[in-house]
Design a protein around this ligand. Structure first.
Ligand code: FAD
Ligand code: EPU
Length: 355
């Protein structure tokens, strides 16, 4: 009876697959298995998938993983639940005023494709975020950022689907509670919402952000005499390609750890002991420390054990050279955390979501 019901629901939904390898769905290239796997291209499909519960699992107790581009995840074991791959598409200009255009994108749209689309239309604000892997839906999850710009700087609002209540809620900038690689969806509302679409507010007349020395130097090297959002995007793509591994060649999820924030007093005493330490002043007398430097000083840069390693051009990036398991990469990250703690007294926090 139960099995009949289960098969009927499976048939009705039509697209729930079993025992699917996630190797091609995460940029670390970890070969973990999803017990159940389904894609959705509409809220109705998402809602139908959420009704699915096999006979062995009591209704509404199945673990759910929302999957975008899989570029900020490390699978340390198989996922014994339902992986829902977000494929909600569409890019639309919903309105404009004198200064801004408002661009709404489906959560399943590839981030860099959206950036290219906006640059081609001369809508400014995303260019510093060029070439970040992943999809639109994850961009507000952890307030993605690079080269002086974060999502919060261009964010207008988003629609999200409440998994239990099955209703759509709109969140504005304030309600998202963005922080450094943080949002309300990683904290208070962790695992409660599916982000369906995001609306960004982009400028008709650009305000160029070239405060990062590396960007400025690259523009000079490229011979750029007149700034444009295209030129900034090209400079940033070139910088990124020079130091970050391409996931299709070497598995990785970008920065594995966050840059830690310490107080001014701690920074001064560390600077006395380690004069080369790299810190960027923040508000409230806090200082952001370059975690890549800390890790490099502990001797990890270029380290490799089996297929798990610490990237030779950027110590903040852990890599899978082919057949590493997620558990091996996690183990390496534990050793790195311990040695940084030991040498500098700083506890590194992981940026990557550990599954
Ligand atoms: P996934 O990895 O699929 O998911 C990440 C988390 O968000 C998971 O917890 C998932 O469940 C959740 N999630 C995904 N979609 C939704 C949704 N629609 N609704 C609710 N929850 C959802 N990040 C930066 O900030 N700056 C960088 O410069 C940067 N550079 C990178 C460079 C490389 C080479 C790589 C591999 C990664 C880099 N990253 C960077 C990290 C990564 O690209 C971002 O975190 C990206 O936003 C992840 O998107 P995704 O679609 O792949 O998310
Ligand atoms: N550094 C070292 N050794 C290293 C790596 C870096 O000494 O092995 C030093 C660099 O010389 C530089 C400083 O650390 O002085 C900062 O390095 P970098 O500019 O490469 O940036 P990052 O702090 O390592 C952060 C983000 C990146 C983002 C870049 C550019 C975090 C956790 N990471 O990296 O985001 O692209 O700045 O803005 O904040 C990501 O989140 O996945 C990510 C890649």
């Amino acid at each position: 009876m139960q099995t009949k019901k289960y098969n009927r629901i499976k048939e009705m939904i039509g697209m729930i697959e079993e025992n699917i390898s996630l190797k091609n769905y995460n940029t670390f290239g970890i070969d973990a298995t999803a017990h159940y796997f389904a894609r959705f291209r509409s809220v109705d499909e998402l809602s139908a998938h959420l009704d699915f519960s096999p006979p062995s699992v009591s209704p509404n107790s199945m673990p759910i993983l929302l999957l975008g581009g899989g570029s900020n995840l490390l699978f340390t074991k198989d996922f014994d639940g339902l992986v829902l791959k977000n494929e909600l598409g569409g890019i639309e200009k919903i309105r404009e005023d004198e200064e801004y255009v408002y661009i709404k994108a489906g959560a399943g749209v590839n981030w860099h494709q959206l950036v290219i689309h906006c640059i081609q239309n001369n809508w400014a604000g995303m260019e510093n975020l060029s070439l970040i892997p992943g999809n639109v839906g994850a961009s507000p999850m952890q307030n993605i950022g690079a080269y002086g710009v974060e999502i919060k700087d261009i964010f207008f609002e988003l629609d999200a689907f409440h998994l239990k209540e099955k209703s759509v809620v709109t969140f504005n900038l304030e309600e998202c509670e963005f922080g450094y690689r943080e949002s309300i969806f990683k904290r208070k509302y962790n695992k409660q919402f599916v982000i369906l679409n995001v609306t960004y507010r982009l400028r008709k007349v650009p305000v160029f952000k070239t405060s990062y020395a590396a960007v400025d130097q690259k523009l000079v090297k490229m011979g750029v005499t007149e700034l444009s959002i295209q030129a900034i995007s090209e400079a940033i793509i070139s910088i990124r390609q020079g130091k970050l591994p391409t996931p299709s060649e070497i598995g990785n999820a970008g920065s594995f750890f966050k840059n830690p924030e310490i107080n001014q007093h701690q920074f001064e005493s560390l600077s006395n002991e380690f004069p080369g330490i790299i810190g960027f002043p923040l508000a409230d007398e806090r200082v952001k420390i370059a975690a890549g430097w800390l890790i490099e000083q502990c001797g990890w840069k270029g380290y490799r054990k089996g297929d798990a390693g610490c990237y030779s051009k950027q110590a903040l990036v852990l890599v899978n050279y082919g057949h590493s398991t997620g558990a091996q990469i996690f183990e390496l990250s534990e050793s790195i955390v311990a040695s940084v703690k030991d040498k500098f007294g700083i506890e590194l926090e992981r940026e990557v979501n550990i599954m």
